[in-house]
Design a protein around this ligand. Structure first.
Ligand SMILES: [Fe+2]
Ligand SMILES: [Fe+2]
Length: 190
């Protein structure tokens, strides 16, 4: 599998979680309380897998190589993609902070959740669309086979560093099934 195929496969997992978050947002809008367990687990996935693992590989490995190779010609587009990463990460932190309060589901809590879920869902869907349809095809055309091989080695090293070797997709598929299960069970005991 090429590095671009790996990143696109990871997008598929991230989008499945984003779809579940969008579903939870619909529930909150209609007054259905979603279990805090769902958000705690979902935010852990977004933090560990989307931000710390996937976005890290894009920003520090792929973007870094392309910035050097294209001598600044991609700064604007990569700046936008970085900003979207950053905003999504801020939303995750905000949601985690909301979950730490003991107000449970009062109206302000629901408002904070809706605000941050909306930005997160919308920006990340748009971000992944841009990467899949514009940025990755361009990167794929620009990189030599040697550069792709080198990135592939760096991706593997990153998996090893985080002690994720070989288990990334399987572990995260399990998490998504668990999230769907928690969400489908419906209302919480909160
Ligand atoms: Fe990205
Ligand atoms: Fe991505």
């Amino acid at each position: 599998m090429t590095v671009i195929q790996i990143l696109k496969k990871e997008h598929y997992l991230i989008l499945q979680t984003v779809d579940l978050l969008a579903r939870s947002r619909d529930y909150l809008e209609k007054g259905v309380i979603v279990s805090s367990e769902f958000y705690e687990k979902a935010m852990r996935f977004c933090h560990d897998f989307a931000d710390r693992f996937h976005h890290y590989k894009e920003e520090f490995l792929l973007f870094g190589l392309l910035a050097h190779k294209k001598e600044g010609r991609l700064d604007a587009v990569m700046g936008t993609l970085r900003y979207q990463h950053e905003r999504c990460s801020q939303c995750v932190t905000e949601i985690e902070n909301v979950l730490k309060t003991d107000r449970k589901y009062d109206e302000m809590t629901v408002t904070f959740l809706l605000e941050n879920l909306s930005v997160y869902v919308s920006l990340l869907r748009r971000h992944i669309y841009l990467e899949n349809t514009v940025f990755f095809p361009m990167a794929d055309r620009s990189l030599t086979d040697e550069e792709k091989d080198s990135l592939s080695d760096q991706f593997a090293a990153e998996e090893a560093r985080l002690d994720l070797q070989g288990s990334v997709s399987e572990e995260n598929r399990k998490i998504i099934i668990e999230l769907e299960d928690i969400l489908t069970k419906g209302k919480s005991d909160d």
